[in-house]
Write a protein that binds this ligand. Structure first.
Ligand SMILES: NC(=O)c1ccc[n+]([C@@H]2O[C@H](COP(=O)([O-])OP(=O)(O)OC[C@H]3O[C@@H](n4cnc5c(N)ncnc54)[C@H](O)[C@@H]3O)[C@@H](O)[C@H]2O)c1
Length: 418
């Protein structure tokens, strides 16, 4: 028997990118749909693609209502200021939970740290698992680097950098995103709450949405930050998009638990990026292996006790394509996702098509499979709350440091998942 899942938040990301994938996974038997806006659910009731696993009786108008239903797990893809309290509520109601990134994004640093603490405590107390839907973790580059790291091919880690460059006026325009998230009930409620933070003098910044840049270095090196130093750039020409933020760009340096240094950049006011579509990238440098821009560099060191100057090793350089870097997904999962990604195609046509992972570098199918498989097999997901807290806390402590003009601050850590 498979598992049952409730999808909470059917906006542009939850409804547009994830509902069909979660519905299609072969280990999911039944789905429920939940949104505060009834029209966002209504469109699924008549959609033939959802009929086999969605019964309109499983439509819910609030998180409170779906928490009372008998689902094994909830997938929460609501606005970023809501995630943490909603995940606590779901786990307390006996559901495993998947959260869109980040853990929570609100202007108060200490409140974010408090939510990390509360989520870890709730997961421990209830025995329910939490997974962060961090797309960078399942980009092909991260999958490749984790394999190389597991095989010891980097040697010792020396340095890593991660960056998320998402200019306000880029392809995915943040003015539009902010406007669309502010309509509807949840958006209206936030306007009143946000005003209270600003009256208290709390000002956020891009480091409050840090997981696309921090997760790459952390998940490859399996190390956490010990110290943070960060500087911010404050918008200087009155752009209303940045008026409630302390900074529009922030760049931080971290001392890591494995002795490496990490540079993280979170930028919202600089056009373009290295990857022209997203700017969500990382590099990892070790004493024997380095990964940068889809290229793997490896140096075999000579035997230090017997260096033969005539046979010194030459470095190897390997250019990689995404298809070289992905881990394989089980065949039945690939086939189910193919049907979800190409709902207009007949089954015979699908058989002749290759499975090409899509969504934020191909990460979406992997995120869905990891969560469903973890719930079905009663194991901790790879991006569990202990791992996710390490991504978030780097951003929080960096922002605190930037507010103190670069003072070096200790970074708290909650340890590894039990
Ligand atoms: N690369 C990535 O990982 C990535 C990319 C895009 C978005 N996201 C994240 O996805 C999340 C959703 O983004 P979006 O653009 O779809 O937002 P959205 O505003 O379009 O959708 C959010 C939905 O949640 C619903 N909702 C809020 N509170 C609810 C409640 N209590 N019960 C039921 N429904 C509720 C809202 O009504 C809305 O329909 C954001 O937190 C964002 O950070 C992540």
């Amino acid at each position: 028997m498979g598992i049952s899942l409730g999808l909470v938040g059917l906006g542009s990301f939850g409804g547009g990118s994830f509902a069909a994938l979660f519905k299609s996974h072969p280990a999911v038997d039944r789905i429920g749909l939940c949104d505060l806006e009834p029209e966002r659910i209504a469109k699924y009731a008549d959609n033939p693609f959802f009929k086999d696993k969605f019964n309109p009786r499983d439509a819910y108008g609030s998180l409170d209502a779906i928490c009372k239903a008998d689902f094994d797990a909830l997938v929460i893809i609501t606005q970023p200021w809501l995630h943490a309290p909603q995940c606590v509520q779901a786990m307390e109601a006996g559901k495993h939970v998947y959260s869109a990134v980040p853990i929570i994004s609100i202007p108060d640093d200490d409140e974010i740290l408090g939510w990390c603490d509360k989520l870890i405590e709730t997961s421990r107390k209830t025995g329910m698992s939490y997974m962060l839907g961090e797309t960078t973790f399942y980009r092909p580059q991260a999958q490749f680097c984790r394999r190389k790291a597991a095989a010891g091919q980097f040697g010792n880690f020396v340095y890593a950098e991660g960056e998320y460059i998402h200019d306000t006026d880029s392809w995915c325009n943040l003015r539009q995103v902010s406007k669309s998230r502010s309509i509807g009930r949840a958006g209206q409620e936030w306007k009143a709450r946000a005003g209270e933070y600003f009256r208290r003098g709390c000002r956020g910044g891009p480091m409050h949405y840090p997981t696309h840049s921090t997760s790459g270095p952390v998940c490859v090196m399996k190390a956490h930050a010990l110290k943070a130093t960060c500087y911010g750039y404050r918008n200087q020409d009155g752009d209303p998009a940045h008026k409630n933020s302390a900074f529009s760009n922030e760049v931080a340096l971290f001392k890591m638990s494995n002795g490496a240094s990490v540079r993280i950049a979170e930028m919202r006011e600089t056009p373009g990026s290295i990857d022209p579509t997203e700017g969500e990238i990382f590099r990892v440098l070790g004493t024997r292996g380095t990964f940068s821009m889809n290229t793997w560099f490896r140096t075999e060191r000579p035997d230090y006790n017997n260096i033969d100057m005539k046979k010194l090793p030459t470095p190897s350089v390997t250019q990689l394509k995404p298809e070289d870097m992905f881990d394989p997904l089980p065949a039945e999962v690939q086939n189910a996702f193919k049907a979800a990604m190409h709902q207009d195609k007949a089954p015979a046509d699908l058989q002749n098509m290759d499975f090409v992972p899509g969504g934020h570098g191909g990460s979406h199918p992997y995120l869905v499979h990891e969560f469903v498989d973890a719930v079905a097999n009663r194991r901790q997901p790879a991006i569990n709350i202990w791992e996710a807290a390490r991504y978030m806390v780097m951003g929080v402590m960096a922002h605190k440091s930037a507010l103190k003009d670069g003072e070096t601050l200790d970074v708290p850590d909650w340890g590894d998942a039990p």
